[in-house]
Design a protein around this ligand. Structure first.
Ligand code: SAM
Length: 269
């Protein structure tokens, strides 16, 4: 089952998701505060991965609240359960579910948090309908999903990274996903009975000295081999990408623009 996720579920991917989470955590917490996430709520973390956000949610809702980690990879859920036990967090339930195959009918919540899932499911429109079905009237859904993955570019330009980004997007589409799913999300939400309360693009332009740089740079290093295996890059292209990025990293004048994420806070009518 774990093999079906395009980016893999091994320890290296768990570590990469940890860096990604730490880069994005301030914006996530800001969105949660504006969305009204607070003590005592029941929250679904949909497509929770190894649960970095689940743990944050569990601490916020406290012992009166509850968080459901819904995720297809048992390996990710095991990693989450281990971290929760270590931190003595006991208000999380674990749901090993393929969202494409389940109705999610047995789940209900005050809030659904959904980050970087809709680019990977094969039926995002029906996933949004399922999210709607889990929420009571007045319930809130918060999304951080890609709006325009192709904004990921370097200054000065690195053609090898642009080829890499195109290969990543193709590899997700190969497995039934859509990188720029944020372009469809407002329409799916309207159809599923949501009112959009707030919407904003999230994008950075940063130098190698910024922690944010580690997010795209780490993604390149972690995915070159996978793209070679998938036949999307040649070994020569992979090594040229690695070398070009190392050169950019050594230059204080170089900048990267990150893939643009769409934040949406929506309310179930
Ligand atoms: C990029 S990761 C994001 C994980 C987490 N939301 C985060 O923000 O760190 C995408 C996650 O979606 C999960 N996923 C993809 N398709 C799924 C499906 N059909 N059902 C359940 N989980 C799925 C993957 O296993 C992976 O954990």
């Amino acid at each position: 089952m774990d093999k079906t996720y395009v980016l893999g579920t091994d320890d290296e991917e768990i570590a990469r998701l940890g860096v990604q989470h730490n880069v994005w955590r301030p914006r996530m917490l800001d969105a949660w505060r504006r969305a009204g996430i607070t003590t005592g709520q029941t929250i679904i973390d949909l497509g929770a991965g190894p649960g970095y956000a689940t743990l944050d949610l569990a601490e916020i809702v406290g012992t009166e609240g509850h968080v459901m980690a819904v995720e297809r990879s048992q390996n990710f859920l095991d990693a989450l359960e281990e971290k929760a036990a270590h931190r003595k967090i006991s208000n999380i339930s674990y749901h090993c579910v393929d969202i494409d195959l389940s109705t999610l009918d047995d789940l209900s919540a005050d809030v659904v948090w959904c980050r970087w899932l809709l680019s990977f499911v094969t039926a995002p429109r029906s996933t949004v309908q399922k999210i709607s079905n889990t929420l009571r009237s007045g319930g809130i859904a918060v999304f951080h999903e890609y709006l325009d993955y192709g904004t990921w570019k370097h200054s000065p330009p690195i053609p090898e990274v642009e080829t890499f980004v195109t290969a990543v997007m193709s590899s997700w589409r190969d497995t039934g996903g859509e990188p720029d799913i944020g372009r469809w999300l407002p329409g799916f939400l309207a159809e599923a009975g949501f009112k959009i309360l707030d919407v904003r693009p999230l994008i950075d332009v940063v130098a190698p000295s910024s922690f944010v740089w580690q997010w795209p740079a780490g993604f390149v290093e972690g995915n070159l081999d996978r793209l070679v295996e998938a036949g999307r890059l040649s070994p020569e292209q992979a090594s040229a990408t690695h070398n070009a990025l190392a050169l950019a990293e050594a230059s204080p004048d170089s900048l990267v623009t990150t893939p643009c994420v769409l934040e949406i806070i929506a309310q179930r009518l």
